[in-house]
Ligand binder design. Structure first.
Ligand code: AMP
Ligand code: ZN
Length: 494
């Protein structure tokens, strides 16, 4: 399996540090507001990467932090006249809620900066002791970038060129403009913790590094985030780790491309954002996810709402194919022969699975993987249209299971939409009245009703035929003539 390593700028064969196990970390959000769909794109990309690694048989341990102390949180708290902890709690819960709606799996470990102060202080103390950090006059503690000869290698930046080319924050306390705060001395009205260097709070770049060391051990296999985190955040993280523990922080650095609007990165500061909550209120999570996965995770993705309309249709195509295959499998004669068409469909399922794996093994090429699944959908639809009543249970089930299983690896649960298709129990009463049905199963009742309706129509017994039709419609169901026969399903489904 090949993974693109942003540190080496090439795809490398993925071999985990410990056989069969993968330890990965993805920087989490700063919890001062609802996240936007740009942030969500990064989290969904790593959710799929994690799911695929598990599918491949690795035992994955996934950690993601919540940055719950930060200038943005403090500013919001001050504006709203409440405590920073209250703001952070509210948006931590909001983040987790929206991730659940988006079917992003919970991390195995979700450390919060405010609860890991001791781990960060240990690391800072060690950096001071080893001459990589210093205490400024005001009680801030800074990392000295000049003390790390490798500083800049992750992002490919040369400190001297940076000095000439980039604007840096002017701060009299720093020895070098690129030195960054490990510890920020307390200011009135801000949350703070006691420390050997005076009361204060941790700097942002410090938390991930200390948490990785505490919960996963360094180095880890994969460290991820959006491309905008490469510099300075990840450069600073890796500098701290290599100076504190004399080992790299991660073997593979993975970065997602930016989600853009009209060619510009979606961001809070530009005001060109849509929150994930707002988008999920308007569109099903599966459709949003499918749209995101149609672009490779390292490419930028230009977002438009009208693209989501297309995705809704694509999810419906997947779901209806699985539904039709399952339904067809139930109606296949148990002792049916396995003919040429059935063999072809089984082979198509096997090939789709192999192609899916080939694509995902090539740096998680989700768009190629989706093309493999849609290829199988086309083959299955052709099969259903051509075989008429000559169905083979095994071939139908194999194709349905494959589509469902592969989409599950991408975090799209087609079983959920199939379940939404379950028939209402009221059909039993309707079938008792009009079709002399004596059982208690909604599916059987539907079949009895459809048969009774066909008989009534053949006999030109319009009152009975119409009563059945109206009774079915009153339950919100429609009668659909599929290639594999007549069936009922909820009216809103396509
Ligand atoms: P933040 O809370 O700003 O640290 O962002 C959380 C995550 O979202 C980070 O991994 C960022 O790199 C990522 N991110 C921010 N903006 C975008 C965007 N427009 N597209 C994709 N990822 C983004
Ligand atoms: Zn981080």
């Amino acid at each position: 399996m090949l993974i693109y390593n942003s540190q080496t700028h090439r795809k490398e064969e993925f071999v985990p540090l410990e056989e069969g196990k993968v330890r990965m970390y993805v920087c989490g959000p700063t919890v001062y507001d609802q996240i936007h769909i740009g942030n969500a794109r990064t989290f969904v990309s790593f959710d799929v990467i994690r799911r695929y690694l598990s599918y491949k048989g690795y035992q994955v341990t996934f950690a993601q932090n919540l940055t719950d102390v930060d200038d943005k949180i403090i500013n919001r708290a001050n504006e709203e006249g409440r405590s920073a902890f209250e703001v952070a709690d509210e948006y931590s819960a909001a983040f987790i809620e929206q991730m659940h709606r988006f079917n992003v799996l919970d991390p195995d470990i979700r450390p919060r900066a405010t609860r890991e102060i001791d781990a960060m202080q240990e690391m800072i103390a060690s950096l001071i002791e080893q001459g990589n950090a210093y205490v400024a006059h005001n009680g801030d503690v800074y990392f000295s970038v000049r003390s790390d000869h490798d500083y800049g290698t992750l992002s490919g930046r040369d400190l001297d060129q940076l000095r000439a080319g980039e604007r840096v924050e002017v701060n009299d306390e720093k020895r070098d403009p690129f030195d960054f705060a490990l510890w920020k001395a307390a200011k009135p009205g801000e949350p703070s913790w006691p420390s050997p260097w005076g009361d204060g709070r941790p700097g942002w770049h410090t938390e991930c590094c200390a948490m990785i060391h505490r919960y996963l051990g360094t180095p880890i296999d994969i460290h991820g985030g959006g491309q905008d985190l490469v510099f300075p955040h990840h450069e600073n993280e890796t500098a701290q780790a290599s100076c504190a523990w004399h080992a790299p922080l991660a073997k593979f650095w993975m970065h997602t491309g930016m989600l853009r609007v009209d060619g510009e990165k979606m961001s809070k500061s530009l005001g060109n954002f849509h929150t994930l909550r707002e988008v999920l209120d308007r569109y099903p999570a599966d459709a949003v996810r499918l749209l995101m996965l149609q672009t490779h995770y390292r490419s930028s993705l230009d977002f438009r709402f009208d693209l989501l309309d297309g995705s809704v249709g694509n999810v419906a195509r997947l779901a209806s194919c699985v539904r039709n295959l399952r339904w067809a499998s139930k109606n296949a004669p148990q002792d049916g022969v396995f003919n040429e068409a059935d063999r072809a469909l089984s082979t198509a399922a096997k090939e789709a699975q192999a192609e899916f794996t080939r694509q995902m093994d090539d740096d998680f090429n989700t768009s190629g993987a989706l093309a493999a699944v849609f290829g199988l959908v086309n083959a299955a639809n052709k099969y259903l249209a051509s075989v008429g009543g000559d169905l083979a249970t095994a071939a139908c089930l194999r194709a349905a299971d494959t589509i469902q299983e592969l989409m599950e690896v991408l975090g799209i649960d087609l079983a959920a939409s199939a379940a939404a298709d379950e028939l209402p129990a009221e059909l039993v009463g309707l079938a008792r009245e009009h079709a002399g049905y004596g059982g208690a199963d909604a599916q059987e009742a539907a079949e009895a009703l459809l048969k009774a309706r066909a008989v009534a129509r053949a006999d030109k017994n319009w009152p009975v035929a119409d009563a059945i039709r109206d009774g079915i419609a009153a339950l919100g169901l429609v009668v659909e003539d599929t290639a594999a026969g007549v069936r009922l399903h909820p009216a809103e489904r396509g």
